[in-house]
Design a protein around this ligand. Structure first.
Ligand code: FE2
Ligand code: FE2
Length: 116
Protein backbone atom coordinates (compact mmCIF):
# COMPACT_ATOMS: atom_id res chain seq x y z
CA UNK A 1 0.00 0.00 0.00
CA UNK A 2 1.28 3.48 -0.97
CA UNK A 3 2.40 5.17 2.25
CA UNK A 4 0.22 8.23 1.74
CA UNK A 5 -3.02 6.37 0.96
CA UNK A 6 -4.26 6.44 4.55
CA UNK A 7 -3.44 10.15 4.94
CA UNK A 8 -5.27 10.90 1.69
CA UNK A 9 -8.28 8.88 2.83
CA UNK A 10 -8.32 10.80 6.11
CA UNK A 11 -8.08 14.13 4.26
CA UNK A 12 -10.99 13.19 2.01
CA UNK A 13 -13.04 12.27 5.09
CA UNK A 14 -12.19 15.58 6.80
CA UNK A 15 -13.04 17.50 3.64
CA UNK A 16 -16.31 15.62 3.29
CA UNK A 17 -17.25 16.50 6.85
CA UNK A 18 -16.32 20.17 6.26
CA UNK A 19 -18.50 20.30 3.09
CA UNK A 20 -21.44 18.88 5.04
CA UNK A 21 -21.00 21.53 7.77
CA UNK A 22 -20.91 24.28 5.12
CA UNK A 23 -24.10 22.92 3.53
CA UNK A 24 -25.81 22.76 6.92
CA UNK A 25 -24.78 26.36 7.62
CA UNK A 26 -23.74 25.71 11.24
CA UNK A 27 -20.89 28.13 11.89
CA UNK A 28 -19.54 26.35 14.98
CA UNK A 29 -19.23 23.10 13.03
CA UNK A 30 -17.66 24.87 10.06
CA UNK A 31 -15.18 26.59 12.34
CA UNK A 32 -14.16 23.35 14.02
CA UNK A 33 -13.89 21.31 10.81
CA UNK A 34 -12.01 24.06 8.94
CA UNK A 35 -9.42 24.24 11.65
CA UNK A 36 -9.00 20.43 11.72
CA UNK A 37 -8.77 20.38 7.92
CA UNK A 38 -6.13 23.16 7.83
CA UNK A 39 -4.02 21.56 10.45
CA UNK A 40 -4.04 18.10 8.85
CA UNK A 41 -3.45 19.47 5.34
CA UNK A 42 -0.44 21.36 6.66
CA UNK A 43 0.89 18.25 8.40
CA UNK A 44 0.28 16.06 5.35
CA UNK A 45 1.99 18.48 2.93
CA UNK A 46 5.04 18.68 5.19
CA UNK A 47 5.30 14.89 5.35
CA UNK A 48 4.87 14.54 1.60
CA UNK A 49 7.43 17.28 0.86
CA UNK A 50 9.93 15.67 3.20
CA UNK A 51 9.46 12.35 1.40
CA UNK A 52 9.89 13.99 -2.01
CA UNK A 53 13.12 15.62 -0.87
CA UNK A 54 14.42 12.29 0.38
CA UNK A 55 13.60 10.77 -3.00
CA UNK A 56 15.28 13.68 -4.75
CA UNK A 57 12.04 14.12 -6.67
CA UNK A 58 12.52 15.94 -9.95
CA UNK A 59 9.36 18.04 -9.77
CA UNK A 60 9.63 18.98 -6.11
CA UNK A 61 9.49 22.76 -6.70
CA UNK A 62 6.33 22.58 -8.84
CA UNK A 63 4.65 20.22 -6.38
CA UNK A 64 5.54 22.36 -3.38
CA UNK A 65 4.25 25.47 -5.18
CA UNK A 66 0.88 23.71 -5.65
CA UNK A 67 0.79 22.83 -1.95
CA UNK A 68 1.73 26.39 -0.93
CA UNK A 69 -0.99 27.90 -3.10
CA UNK A 70 -3.64 25.59 -1.66
CA UNK A 71 -2.47 26.22 1.90
CA UNK A 72 -2.66 29.97 1.30
CA UNK A 73 -6.22 29.59 -0.03
CA UNK A 74 -7.46 27.59 2.93
CA UNK A 75 -5.65 29.79 5.46
CA UNK A 76 -6.94 33.08 4.05
CA UNK A 77 -10.60 32.18 4.35
CA UNK A 78 -12.72 32.99 7.41
CA UNK A 79 -15.21 30.27 8.44
CA UNK A 80 -18.17 32.60 7.80
CA UNK A 81 -16.97 33.25 4.23
CA UNK A 82 -16.96 29.57 3.29
CA UNK A 83 -19.69 28.66 0.83
CA UNK A 84 -20.54 25.87 -1.62
CA UNK A 85 -18.70 27.58 -4.45
CA UNK A 86 -15.41 27.72 -2.53
CA UNK A 87 -15.89 24.13 -1.40
CA UNK A 88 -16.38 23.12 -5.06
CA UNK A 89 -13.14 24.93 -6.00
CA UNK A 90 -11.23 23.13 -3.25
CA UNK A 91 -12.76 19.79 -4.28
CA UNK A 92 -11.60 20.45 -7.87
CA UNK A 93 -8.08 21.09 -6.58
CA UNK A 94 -8.04 17.73 -4.76
CA UNK A 95 -9.54 15.90 -7.72
CA UNK A 96 -6.68 17.14 -9.84
CA UNK A 97 -3.88 16.94 -7.28
CA UNK A 98 -4.49 13.51 -5.72
CA UNK A 99 -4.78 11.28 -8.79
CA UNK A 100 -2.29 13.14 -11.00
CA UNK A 101 0.33 14.74 -8.75
CA UNK A 102 0.36 12.49 -5.71
CA UNK A 103 0.88 9.27 -7.64
CA UNK A 104 3.58 6.99 -6.21
CA UNK A 105 5.23 6.48 -9.61
CA UNK A 106 5.73 10.23 -9.97
CA UNK A 107 7.39 10.60 -6.57
CA UNK A 108 10.13 8.24 -7.70
CA UNK A 109 11.03 10.30 -10.74
CA UNK A 110 14.53 11.64 -10.64
CA UNK A 111 15.58 12.09 -14.22
CA UNK A 112 12.71 11.22 -16.52
CA UNK A 113 11.80 13.92 -19.00
CA UNK A 114 8.16 14.30 -19.91
CA UNK A 115 7.44 14.46 -23.63
CA UNK A 116 6.69 18.01 -24.86
FE1 FE2 B 1 -0.93 14.31 -0.86
FE1 FE2 C 1 0.84 16.59 -2.93
Amino acid sequence: MWIFDSQHEFLVALFDSLSKQVRSGKLTGVNEDLSKFRSFVNQHFETEEHHMQQMDYKFYDEHKAQHDRFLQDISAIQPEQLNNEIIADWAAWWLCHLPFNDRPDRFNLKSVNWPD
